[in-house]
Design a protein around this ligand. Structure first.
Ligand code: BES
Ligand code: MN
Ligand code: ZN
Length: 494
């Protein structure tokens, strides 16, 4: 798919399809007005007949355009005039892309970018158009024996913008293309089955990313290395599995040699059965998505390198399976983490925090400016925030604010939960330094409180993506979140 940036002129520009906005109650956008006039009332005809009312997200394809240079017009509802905000704009763009994705035409010019959208400049509009197209046209077909034919044939889309906005729009296209690539990588890794997407497989994909940039270096530790280091918590999780664990360290050096890196840590449980504290059967297949934190870290590293961001980044992925077996860890086992703290494993299904705590301790050796971990960590996060916002917990107001703002701007929103010391007291163990669960109350917060014990004084944030990393139902699949949030944070200048 090729995106170009065009200066407008809908009544002159040839295209297979012009994408044009109309507002609720039949108000036409300027582009719609111009086409309406040139065609002798083609658009006002259908709005008068109420074939389309103009609500945000409605679409209608007009195929008889007479002498107009556009063969078709895709009318897209934008809601109440004067009230269009970023969320409605995304919604309208998604509807337009979905309609186009199924259509047979080869090219299109998208005039929606000429509309006034609250709090949204030309850069952002271009980004939304490109990211939404990729999001809507994504299909995961690699596991089908006969590849399903792509329904649509769209090969290129022109984005209309004013001459003054050209540069900003081009930059938006560039950023969005890289981000969409990172999102697609994260979605693919999530969607792959757990018999293929194993810890070794994640290493292979990390190698492929590292090979694409001279500024990248990969180090993938094995079980023996982890034993030598003393990662007793991670090793406890993996010990029930036949698959060897891997510990991925993918470094990107885009900043000055002395600038401290941003360290991203992604939970990489390639399948979470729960272990001896085994999960119930229904929807257990979805625990293949328990490596979506890891997938988002790889997606961000790929996108950051592609854009040549001037930042030092370290992606850390502890990867293993959580399985029940005769060698599996038991409820009651006490292990020694890399930090030296001992952990009583009361529930083997609270395994994410066990692999993450050793990864967070390891992360300190890079003297990071900030550490951000990303994990499908708690079912409780789904109960608290549903599937709309990711959970955010942090020991730094500054970092939390920056991440919340990044999520808002990127349309990949998060919500902060508190982390008072009292929550940590729920993790007391009579036998070890800390227990790995804190009871039914505040499950997302006690999980984060556990992690906070392993970050020392470093500014740290934790994103719980249990509700946002994949969707269920008809469109079941990985979302690639929170790659957009994290890229926005890095683009803001970390
Ligand atoms: N990977 C799960 C969390 C999860 C569950 C994510 C459902 C998305 C959907 C995690 O390892 C887990 O099992 N957490 C337990 C923790 C509990 C034992 C304290 C949970 O949430 O039930
Ligand atoms: Mn679990
Ligand atoms: Zn898990």
């Amino acid at each position: 798919m090729k995106f170009t940036v065009n200066t407008p002129g809908a009544t002159r520009q040839r295209t297979a399809c012009a994408i044009v906005g109309i507002y609720a109650d039949g108000t036409l956008s300027d582009t719609a007005k111009a086409l309406d006039k040139a065609s002798g009332g083609l658009i006002s005809d259908v709005t008068r007949n109420r074939d389309i009312r103009g609500e945000a997200g409605e679409t209608l394809l007009l195929t008889h355009t007479g002498k107009l240079p556009c063969k078709r017009i895709l009318l897209v509802g934008l809601g109440k005039p004067g009230k269009l905000e970023q969320r409605g704009y995304r919604q309208a763009m998604r509807a337009a892309c979905t309609a186009l994705g199924k259509a047979g035409h080869i090219d299109a010019i998208n005039y929606l970018g000429l509309e006034t959208v609250g709090d949204t400049d030309a850069y952002r509009k271009a980004r939304i158009a490109v990211e939404t197209w990729h999001e809507a046209s994504y299909r995961f077909t690699t596991m089908k024996s006969a590849p399903t034919p792509q329904p649509g044939r769209l090969k290129s889309m022109g984005l209309a913008c004013t001459t003054a906005d050209r540069k900003k729009s081009l930059e938006g296209v560039k950023h969005a293309t890289a981000i969409a690539g990172g999102v697609a990588l994260a979605r693919d890794l999530g969607n792959l089955p757990p018999n293929i997407c194993t810890p070794d497989y994640l290493v292979k994909r990390a190698q492929a990313i590292a090979r694409k940039s001279k500024k990248m270096r990969l180090n993938a530790l094995r079980a023996a290395d982890l034993r030598k280091l003393g990662m007793g918590a991670l090793l406890a999780v993996t010990q029930g599995s036949e698959l060897p664990p891997r510990f991925i360290v993918l470094q990107y050096r885009g900043g000055t040699p002395k600038s401290q890196p941003v360290v991203l840590v992604g939970k990489g449980i390639t399948f979470d059965s729960g272990g001896i504290s085994i999960k119930p059967g229904p929807a257990m297949d979805e625990m293949k998505y328990d490596m979506c934190g890891a997938a988002s870290v790889l997606g961000v590293l790929q996108a950051a390198a592609e854009l040549n961001l001037r930042v030092n980044l370290v992606g850390i992925v502890p990867a293993c399976e959580n399985m029940p077996s005769g060698t599996a860890t038991r409820p009651g086992d006490i292990v020694r983490s890399l930090s030296g703290q001992t952990v009583e494993i009361l529930n083997t299904d609270a395994e994410g925090r066990l692999i993450l705590c050793d990864a967070l301790t390891y992360a300190q050796r890079f003297k990071p400016s900030v550490i951000i971990d990303i994990a499908t960590l708690t079912g409780a996060c789904l109960i608290a925030l549903g599937r709309v916002r990711s959970g955010l917990l942090s020991n730094s107001d500054e970092l939390a604010t920056a991440l919340l703002e990044a999520g808002q701007n990127a349309g990949d929103r998060a919500w902060r939960l508190p982390l008072d010391e009292e929550y940590g007291e729920l993790l007391k163990s009579p036998f070890a330094d800390v227990a790995n669960i804190g009871g039914r109350d505040a499950g997302t917060i006690t999980a984060a409180a556990f992690l906070s014990r392993f970050v020392g004084k470093t500014s740290w944030a934790h994103l719980d993506i249990a509700g946002t990393a994949w969707v269920q139902g008809n469109n079941k699949g990985g979302t690639g979140r929170p790659v957009p949030l994290l890229m926005e944070y890095l683009l803001q200048g970390a």
